[in-house]
Design a protein around this ligand. Structure first.
Ligand code: ZN
Length: 94
């Protein structure tokens, strides 16, 4: 009888080293940004989005929601209250 492969566990970890490396599942190069990213649960190997979605859809969905919220937050930082409305006004480049 074949022993079943251990399940692939994927976790969201706060990335602070940004090392480009191959996804341990499919081998695709993953280049994670700083901040919460998808990793193998027991190591710091970054997992690509496709594998995370396939093997751990719940974790992937939480992460994807966070990504949308943080990009919304970034966009909102560039908004200024102008009279009675918010306008999008990115900071001027020095
Ligand atoms: Zn992968």
């Amino acid at each position: 009888m074949k022993t079943p492969k251990p399940p692939i566990k994927i976790a969201i970890k706060d990335n602070n080293c940004c090392v480009k490396s191959p996804c341990p599942i499919c081998g695709r190069i993953v280049d994670p940004d700083a901040g919460p990213q998808l990793f193998m649960a027991d190591t710091w190997e970054p997992v690509c989005e496709e594998c995370a979605e396939k093997h751990s859809p719940v974790i992937f969905n939480i992460w994807a929601k966070f990504q949308r919220r943080s990009s919304f937050a970034r966009a909102f930082q560039d908004c200024r209250y102008d009279g009675d409305q918010y306008v999008h006004q990115p900071p001027e480049k020095p």
